[in-house]
Design a protein around this ligand. Structure first.
Ligand SMILES: [Zn+2]
Length: 255
C-alpha cells in the first residue's frame, strides 16, 4: 500500500507534512513548525502521530516538537547536532541510516550548508524526498552555517535522485525564486513554463509543491550551476560550479 502524504501551511510560509503508512497506521510529521496545524491535520484524518522526523535545528522546524511529543508520546528522530540545539530527541541519525515509519523506510541523506547538521529524508519506495531548507522549488536555502562548496555538494546529492522523485520542501518560496531565476537564466524554456504554472497556482491559492526532481533539474538555476549557459550569463566562464553557485546565492540574497 502506498503512503499517504498531506501538506498544509504552518506559521507564515512553512509547509507542514504528514506521511502515513496505511498498513500499520504509523504517521510521521516531517519537522514540526508549530503544533496546532499538525494536530488539526492529524484529527482531520483520524491519524495518530507516531514519529517526528527533524531536518535541522531552526525554530520554524522544531517549535512544535515539545507539545506534540507530550500529547502523542511520539518518537523524535533528528540529526546529530553538535550544539544539541534540538531538544526531546529519541534517536539521532546520520548519512545512510534508515528510519522506519511503520512499514515505510526513510533513508537519511546528509545535506549540510543551510545548517551544518541539515538532513533530508528519502522515501525510496514512495519516490519522495523531504529536503526542507536545502532545496526549494526553483531555489535553495540560504547558506547560514556551511560554505558554498558544501551546499553545492548537498545539492548534487539531491540532484542525483531519479527524475520521477517528488520534492517536498520546507517553504512556499517558489514565486520569489522564479522571479530571481528569470534574471539569471532568462532563456530557459523549462523555467519559463514553470513560471507560468506557479503564477496560476499562486493565483488559485494552491501550493507549488510537490514538484518532480526531473523538472527541478531542468528549471532550478541552483541545480544548474555547472551549466555553461549559466556561467556565460554571469560572465564567469572558467569558474568552478561551486563558485558559480556562490555567486547565484549571493545575488539571490540581495534580490
Ligand atoms: Zn532553516
Amino acid at each position: 500500500m502506498a503512503a499517504e502524504i498531506r501538506l498544509f501551511t504552518c506559521l507564515s510560509d512553512n509547509f507542514g507534512y504528514l506521511i502515513h503508512d496505511p498498513a500499520t497506521g504509523a504517521t510521521a510529521s516531517v519537522d514540526a513548525p508549530e503544533a496546532g496545524p499538525i494536530q488539526k491535520a492529524l484529527e482531520r484524518e483520524n491519524w495518530k502521530l507516531t514519529d517526528i522526523l527533524v531536518t535541522h535545528h531552526h525554530h520554524d522546524h522544531v517549535g512544535g516538537i515539545a507539545e506534540l511529543k507530550q500529547k502523542y508520546n511520539c518518537r523524535v528522530v533528528a540529526p546529530h547536532d553538535k550544539k544539541a540545539a534540538i531538544a526531546n530527541v529519541d534517536q539521532r541519525v546520520a548519512n545512510g541510516d534508515v528510519v522506519k515509519v511503520g512499514g515505510l523506510l526513510a533513508r537519511v541523506l546528509e545535506t549540510p550548508g543551510h545548517t551544518l547538521e541539515h538532513i533530508s529524508y528519502v522515501f525510496d519506495s514512495e519516490k519522495t524526498v523531504f529536503a526542507a531548507d536545502t532545496l526549494f522549488s526553483i531555489g535553495c536555502g540560504r547558506v547560514f552555517e556551511g560554505n558554498y562548496p558544501m551546499m553545492w555538494d548537498s545539492l548534487l546529492r539531491l540532484r542525483a535522485l531519479p527524475d520521477d522523485f517528488k520534492l517536498y520542501c520546507g517553504h512556499e518560496y517558489t514565486a520569489s525564486n522564479v522571479k530571481f531565476a528569470l534574471t539569471v537564466d532568462p532563456d530557459n524554456p523549462a523555467l519559463k513554463a514553470r513560471a507560468e504554472q506557479v503564477a496560476k497556482q499562486r493565483a488559485a491559492n494552491q501550493p507549488t509543491v510537490p514538484t518532480l526532481m526531473g523538472e527541478e533539474k531542468k528549471a532550478n538555476v541552483f541545480l544548474r550551476a555547472d551549466e555553461p549557459s549559466i556561467a556565460a550569463n554571469l560572465h564567469m566562464k572558467g569558474a568552478s560550479p561551486a563558485e558559480i553557485f556562490g555567486e547565484l546565492r549571493e545575488r539571490k540574497n540581495k534580490s
